[in-house]
Design a protein. Structure first.
Length: 107
């Protein structure tokens, strides 16, 4: 069996602490196969962006592990994560402001 390109094992992400804490992800385990296309769908606020940010190493999970290409990125230092992202991960954010409206009008 081939190792998935990205594997999430028991990912939990909690924002905040105490009574105001919000659990965005709870014990998520999933493997994203190499060369596959995956759609992550759900209602607003259901954790889609948090899931992808954890999978890409942009956000650290509260618990659980993330593996990219077999390497556990959960405990990597920020410099190592930055290098990994620049070499192996492509990410398109929901809101892309490549040109502001004012800049576009001037052109």
């Amino acid at each position: 069996m081939n190792e998935p390109a990205v594997r999430l094992d028991g990912i939990t992400k909690i924002y905040g602490t105490g009574p105001s804490a919000v659990t965005a992800l709870k014990d998520v385990t999933h493997g994203f196969a190499r060369g596959s296309v995956t759609a992550v769908m759900g209602q607003s606020g259901s954790g889609k962006s948090t899931l992808l940010q954890c999978a890409a190493g942009l956000t650290r999970p509260t618990s659980g592990t993330v593996h990219i290409g077999g390497a556990d990125i959960t405990e990597m230092r920020e410099a190592e994560l930055s290098h990994l992202r620049s070499e192996r991960i492509g990410f398109v954010f929901q809101i892309v402001l490549l040109a502001t409206p004012m800049y576009s009008r001037r052109r």
